[in-house]
Design a protein around this ligand. Structure first.
Ligand SMILES: Nc1nc2c(ncn2[C@@H]2O[C@H](COP(=O)(O)OP(=O)(O)O)[C@@H](O)[C@H]2O)c(=O)[nH]1
Ligand SMILES: [Mg+2]
Length: 311
């Protein structure tokens, strides 16, 4: 079995050597371990250092974002013949010793994705608000994807070859939420292991502040969910407007039958809200047709990957 450890990097010269040196040299059940650096437009010595340490470098000419970089790495790992892909950060956030646990869990449980649960509620340097948002974010992702993953935004993960073949990351910003929602729609098995992270060596490069984090993560969640469940999403949103429309219509009817005049505004607003309901229902139907096309396209992509990488 071949393991590829992928490290997406945006200027990580201070920590990359430490990260690479911590990667286990031997893991039970694994014959070969390769280290793949995704250089996402680094302008420092990250690649030079990694190359000297024998890593494979995949360079984007310019910054393409972590989501895209994950996708490029996923394809490269398949080309390299990976049976398992582990993703870790270049900032020494995740101690390399846990890579063994990720891989063993994947093999022993016959899982498709294993996620390193940081137990965010116990991390000392996380503020109470950050802990609460992590909890709320994970809860929302779990409701949307019918999962019970404790740390949905952990970047420390292992993926099986089957997961690499089936997942299609569509977000530029990140792959973490995208892959969890897709995994449940594609019947992939998710497991977790407990990990302890190192203290931060720098601020996050993915977002400047907590508001940007919320905005980007929420956008990702809604977009991926709508992509996979358009009819449900638009019909449920539409039902809210239908309810308001009915309330106003009944109000108008009640007063009209009781002989009062002058509640024409209720009737007009009720009509407008009914129009909103119909528009959302229409969007749901168009989305559903589009969803069927996505499924067919994904089937073609998955079959192509099987042809190319499973033989
Ligand atoms: N490919 C790519 N990697 C990035 C980008 N921004 C950050 N990274 C890398 O992705 C990993 C996670 O970023 P990090 O800043 O540690 O995010 P955090 O762990 O969520 O705070 C690190 O290895 C970064 O070098 C980016 O725009 N593109
Ligand atoms: Mg990090």
């Amino acid at each position: 079995m071949k393991l590829v450890v992928q490290i997406p990097c945006l200027n990580e010269e201070k920590t990359i050597e430490q990260v690479i040196n911590q990667i286990p040299k031997k893991i039970k059940g694994i014959d070969e371990i390769l280290v793949l650096i995704i250089d996402d437009g680094c302008s420092d010595r990250t690649c030079e250092i990694a190359e000297k340490l024998g890593c494979i470098i995949l360079s984007n000419k310019k910054n393409m974002g972590l989501g895209n970089s994950f996708r490029f790495g996923q394809m490269k790992a398949l080309e390299l013949g990976a049976d398992i892909l582990v993703n870790t950060d270049g900032d020494d956030q995740y101690p390399g010793k846990y890579i063994t646990d990720l891989v063993r869990k994947l093999i022993d449980c016959d899982a498709d994705i294993v996620i390193g649960d940081r137990e965010t509620s116990k991390i000392e340097h996380f503020s109470p608000i950050k802990k609460f948002l992590q909890f709320l974010g994970s809860k929302t992702v779990n409701v949307l994807s019918d999962n019970s993953v404790k740390d949905t935004v952990s970047g420390f993960r292992a993926y099986s070859k089957e997961a690499l073949i089936q997942l299609n990351v569509t977000s530029k910003f990140s792959y973490v939420i995208d892959t969890i929602i897709q995994a449940s729609k594609k019947n992939l098995k998710i497991e977790e292991i407990l990990i302890k992270t190192n203290r931060p060596t720098r601020k996050s490069r993915l977002f400047k502040n907590i508001f940007e984090h919320i905005k980007k993560s929420t956008t990702d969640m809604v977009r991926v969910y709508v992509m996979y469940e358009p009819l449900k999403f638009f019909t449920l949103s539409g039902l809210f407007f239908l309810f308001l429309s009915l309330v106003l219509f009944l109000r108008f009817l009640f007063y009209y039958l009781a002989g009062y005049d002058g509640l024409i505004q209720s009737l007009i607003i009720s009509g407008v809200l009914f129009g909103v309901f119909l528009s959302l229902l229409g969007l749901g139907i168009i989305g559903d047709i589009n969803n069927k096309n996505r499924m067919l396209l994904e089937e073609i992509i998955i079959n192509q990957r099987r042809e190319k990488f499973e033989k």
